[in-house]
Design a protein around this ligand. Sequence first.
Ligand code: FE2
Ligand code: FE2
Length: 364
Amino acid sequence: MKRRDFLKSLGATGAAASIGGATLMPGKAYARKKVDFGQIKSLKIDVLTETSWFDNDKFKKNIMDYGGAMTNQYTIPWIWDNAGGYAALITVTTLEGKQRKFLMDTGWNTDWMDYIWDMNNIPAMLKSGEIEFMVLSHWHLDHFWGIESTTKHRPDITIYAPKTYYPEDMALLKEKAHHKAKDKATGKMISICKNDHPHTGKLVLCEPKGEKDGIYPLMDGVAIKNFDVPILLRVRGENVLYFNIKDKGIVTVTGCCHPGILSLFSYARKNFKGYKPYGCYGGLHISLFENWKPKFDDIIKGVKAFKIQKLGCNHCTGWIWAEKAAAAGVPIVKGTNKFKTYKKYSTVAKASNVFLTNGDTVVF
Ligand SMILES: [Fe+2]
Ligand SMILES: [Fe+2]
């Protein structure tokens, strides 16, 4: 596959696909029943790891060598050393002042995830139940294949995941699967992921109709919304988190943001009672391979139009987009240099610190 076609195919399934221009800009809300899902006092997000892979070129080459963006992720012999993972620890302070914790995602490379989990005391929090549950944003390798790092400490953890799974996903979660993919050059089967600690707990499979009013309320002021969208590497559907913070407004939290960030803001504006935009955190899936297209400027304009007051981004957002957005006045929360103390970091990390990266924290 040619580089240009490859980049084009990414655009067809990523954020850009749902950026329809004017219809997604703030304007008159449709008349429909607005949902009140309660409020929280505040939200803290610890970036456990956002480096899903360390070298863009190696990751891209793996995809291009095996058929491009729509290839089944389980058929690519991914370079293990290049794999990291995406995961965040979410701490909610309720209106009563109680702290409640859960995980978003469980990363990819289990060696990396064990390192990250140990550094952040995650094993103990899983064992004690301090981490109450996990929300899986979507079934992409970099968010899900590190499942063993979590289930080995807490096999019965409750998981909320998109209903749009494939048999390989469920085998990895529940059936001790050891998945392999064939290396074209050598003909050898290469181990790509495994889970010897199958999940035994409750699995809530999320779909767009939700449990109530289109959403899955997790606790007062916290909800999952499932968007059934086609995604790269034969994945479908993403769970997005919405938080309603008293006196501030809605914070949108994403794994990869495959439905498109303006679509997610737009959903909140149309559906949540007393909608006030406030913040956003996550991988925003824009210039993920540090390329640039004119429509990325439109996303900057769109985000500005929604008057988001605090935006923390990383992972598949693209440093180039985050830098341009910050320069254009988007209130990007800057990260620190803590990531440099980790045993590995991304080859595209820049001194501008426009990413909240490994070891950083943001409070909404
Ligand atoms: Fe991702
Ligand atoms: Fe993804």
